[in-house]
Design a protein around this ligand. Structure first.
Ligand code: COA
Ligand code: MG
Length: 300
């Protein structure tokens, strides 16, 4: 039972200070960026600094992922440079459907063999909504298995640029339908593909209250994590995507109800029917709670 990565903190791959700061941010994963947060002139430096950082943090928590450049804009050279330093995964931007990920996956098959890494070890997070074609192809994830695929996320900035839109909001100030559609389709595609749905970032990193509301809303819909761009966002995301105290208490009652009826597949509790899926869900909640620091009192 692998736990979701709640907070994914982007760190520009050419910034010594931010790389140092990211380590202690409390994020479940850092995304060491070689793409859009690095100026073109700094990309060669970043391509050396990121593998150095990976090697210097071989024994580690948080997980360390690397965002490569798009497939046709240096992505292969980035992958070749970082795989030898064994990142946990690659973040692939501007992905146009699962075919693109299968292509990256084939690169990784070769690079893992070159560097003596276990086959399939390096996983993928796809930024899956950055072009018009990408959004239209989201349903393909439901029928095209990509074994390395760990997570899908959507973006709010690149798609309007790709469309030639002047903004991504509607008259009420919320996301326009195109972006809400991309977000929902991304959520469904991730779940259908057995991958983790990851919500997009909040630009205003000083607005903690808005971030907390966004986390609550995203989690209610089924997202299991969120992108961060600043260390100040990590705590709210980690709290927002762990089980609540009420959920933990309920899960404990479910587990206790089955424990009190050994060998029985269906039990009644508080006027409702519980069977194996409820037990598995309750066990998942308790495992996540324990891994994320523990709300719950020990079982009586
Ligand atoms: N990762 C690690 N450390 C970060 C960080 C990040 N994403 N963002 C800020 N910090 C550090 C700063 O270096 C600073 O520490 P220092 O004083 O020791 O240098 C501290 O946190 C406070 O930073 P602050 O002054 O509030 O922000 P800033 O103006 O320096 O940076 C951004 C603002 C948006 C430029 C910065 O947060 C950033 O680079 N975010 C990531 C952007 C990115 O990767 N985008 C790509 C994905 S869309
Ligand atoms: Mg981008």
């Amino acid at each position: 039972m692998s736990l979701p990565i709640r907070s994914w903190l982007f760190v520009p791959g050419d910034s010594e200070r931010k790389l140092a700061k990211g380590r202690d941010s409390g994020a479940d994963a850092l995304i060491l960026d070689l793409e859009d947060s690095v100026a073109p002139a700094r990309k060669p430096a970043a391509r050396e600094m990121v593998p150095d950082y990976l090697r210097a943090h071989a024994e580690r928590r948080p997980q360390l992922w690397v965002r490569i450049n798009p497939i046709d804009e240096g992505g292969l050279a980035d992958a070749a440079a970082v795989v030898r330093a064994a990142p946990d995964g690659l973040v692939v931007p501007k992905v146009n459907g699962p075919d693109d990920l299968l292509r990256v996956s084939h690169w990784l098959d070769a690079l893992e063999a070159r560097d003596g890494l276990p086959p399939g070890r390096i996983r993928l997070l796809a930024v899956a909504t950055e072009t018009a074609a990408a959004v239209l192809r989201l349903p393909e994830y439901a029928r095209t298995p990509v074994p390395r695929l760990a997570a899908l996320t959507w973006g709010q900035e690149d798609l309007p640029a790709a469309i030639g839109a002047t903004g991504n909001l509607d008259a009420s100030g919320g996301f326009a339908l195109t972006y809400r559609y991309a977000r929902s389709a991304c959520l469904l595609a991730a779940v259908a593909a057995g991958a983790q749905p990851v919500d997009t970032l909040e630009q205003d990193f000083r607005d903690d209250a808005a971030l907390r509301l966004a986390c609550t809303a995203a989690r209610r819909e089924g997202f299991t994590g969120k992108i961060a761009i600043h260390p100040a966002q990590v705590a709210a995301i980690n709290e927002g995507f762990r089980p609540t105290a009420e959920e933990v208490a309920f899960a404990r009652r479910v587990v206790d109800a089955f424990a009190a009826n050994p060998g029985i597949g269906t039990v009644g509790m508080e006027g409702r029917m519980l069977d194996m899926p409820h037990l598995r869900q309750a066990q998942r909640v308790l495992a996540a709670d324990a891994a994320f620091g523990g709300h719950g009192m020990p079982s009586a």
